[in-house]
Design a protein around this ligand. Structure first.
Ligand code: PXG
Length: 288
């Protein structure tokens, strides 16, 4: 069956799902998005993703012409139309069609796009073996320039970092912030383990406040583990006992090497594996 894509209330076959070349989403990266998972017919942290979408939109002065409930129903209808139980959902809101020129106020109406497809960010075996990361030269956007809390269509900052890590032969790139502290990876948040403490950069480090990050913090606290949001340096990464990344597409993935230095024994750590197991259980049981 051919994939159907939702655009502004209608479903189109994949080949006919098109947006104008005058859409400011294309011309200027002017818009916002979410990546959401549906596991076995159950939406995972749906409200959290929808809330973040609306917050991103508000931050860029974009009014989404649908209620949160309407958007949720549109996502469910698109999944049904595609007969999909396990899916990666890409929900995009663009500024809409306008004239050439930056002015967003001449754009007619935001375009709402829902793609329900599959995504595999990292090969399966990396979940068992762990991945190699490097600290990339490109720093994360300054939060007073384009706040990383906004999940905008402007991903060049992260794409440049991705190019740098791929060129260096690494699977992921750790991005520092303007002060030289660890921020996050190109499409994932970062955690380290030191002794019995789990550490992750605070939101004021200038990061996307990942929904998976929040889920993992909750899981760890519930399991009686100690979690701290703390500014981290490259040194902290190098001497960590364990390291892992979190994100909607990746889930939890272990990191075993950073800038050529082995993390501990070079194998995924016990705390990482235990959190990964808890996370997998939770996604299997997830509901709204
Ligand atoms: N940081 C950045 C910069 C991200 O883009 C995360 C952290 C993790 O956030 P969540 O809420 O997913 O735990 C992200 C997530 C895509 C795609 O379509 C993008 C993300 C996740 C999945 C797919 O390219 N970004």
């Amino acid at each position: 069956m051919e994939l159907k894509v939702y655009i502004n209330g209608k479903l189109y076959p994949k080949e006919d799902a098109k947006i104008s070349v005058f859409d400011h989403g294309l011309l200027y990266g002017d818009g916002v998005f979410e990546g959401i998972r549906c596991y076995n017919g159950r939406m995972f942290k749906f409200s959290e993703h929808i809330d973040r979408l609306y917050n991103s939109a508000r931050a860029i002065y974009l009014e989404i012409p649908m209620t949160k409930e309407e958007i949720k129903n549109a996502v469910k209808d698109t999944l049904d139309a595609n007969n999909m139980k396990d899916s990666y959902i890409r929900l995009v809101v663009t500024r809409g069609i306008g004239k050439l020129g930056l002015d967003p106020f001449n754009c007619s109406k935001p375009q709402i796009i829902i793609i329900t497809d599959l995504i595999e960010l990292y090969p399966r075996e990396l979940y068992e073996k762990g991945l190699d990361a490097i600290v990339v030269p490109t720093i994360r956007n300054h939060y007073e320039a384009l706040n990383p809390k906004i999940k905008s269509l402007n991903y060049l900052n992260n794409i440049l970092a991705k190019i740098e890590c791929i060129n260096a032969g690494a699977a992921e790139g750790v991005m520092l912030n303007k002060d030289g502290y660890v921020a996050e990876c190109t499409g994932d948040n970062i955690f380290i383990v030191e002794g019995n403490e789990i550490l992750t950069p605070p939101t004021y480090a200038g990061i996307l406040v990942g929904i998976t990050r929040n889920v993992v913090i909750d899981l760890a606290i519930k399991a009686g583990m100690k979690v701290k949001e703390e500014q981290l340096t490259r040194y902290d990464l190098y001497i960590a006992d364990e390291c892992f990344l979190t994100g909607t597409a990746a889930g939890i993935i272990p990191v075993v090497r950073i800038d050529g230095r082995k993390i501990s024994s070079g194998k995924p750590g016990n705390i990482t594996c235990s959190l990964l197991e808890k996370y997998n259980k939770l996604t299997k049981l997830s509901s709204n």
